[in-house]
Design a protein around this ligand. Structure first.
Ligand code: NI
Length: 135
């Protein structure tokens, strides 16, 4: 385990109260653990935005499958970007809506482009979640 370092932090009392509530909600053991998680997340985010870094990301889409043209576009785009798509899963949410989860691995620039292209399809609700490759 890496060497632990102590450091002092001064913040607004109200901010600290809110942060302590967050610590309880997220079931962190203490402030040190919560701050370490936030620091790591921020560093992962910074790393992912560097030029041509390899990342792992999940794109989720929700759309109405009765709009056939939209379904075909989603399919076409995924074929165009198969280089960075590891896997996708289709879930029938209800009578009208489908959820598609697309797992990606590859250059951040290509994955962000895929995200933008999917988002440009009218009628799609989408979100992107970037994570670490674990390395
Ligand atoms: Ni479906």
């Amino acid at each position: 385990m890496a060497k632990l370092v102590r450091f002092g932090v001064s913040v607004d009392a109200e901010l600290l109260d809110d942060f302590d509530e967050l610590i309880v909600e997220h079931k962190y053991s203490n402030r040190s653990q919560a701050i370490a998680v936030l620091m790591r997340n921020k560093l992962i985010e910074r790393n992912q935005l560097k030029k041509n870094v390899s990342i792992v990301a999940i794109i989720s889409l929700v759309y109405n499958h009765h709009k056939r043209e939209l379904v075909n576009k989603v399919m076409d785009v995924q074929h165009d970007f198969q280089k960075v798509i590891i896997s996708s899963q289709h879930i029938h949410l209800d009578h009208d809506n489908c959820l598609e989860i697309i797992a990606c691995r590859g250059k951040n620039s290509i994955i962000l482009e895929l995200f933008r292209v999917l988002g440009a399809i009218k009628g799609i609700k989408h979100s992107l979640s970037m994570t670490t490759s674990g390395k």
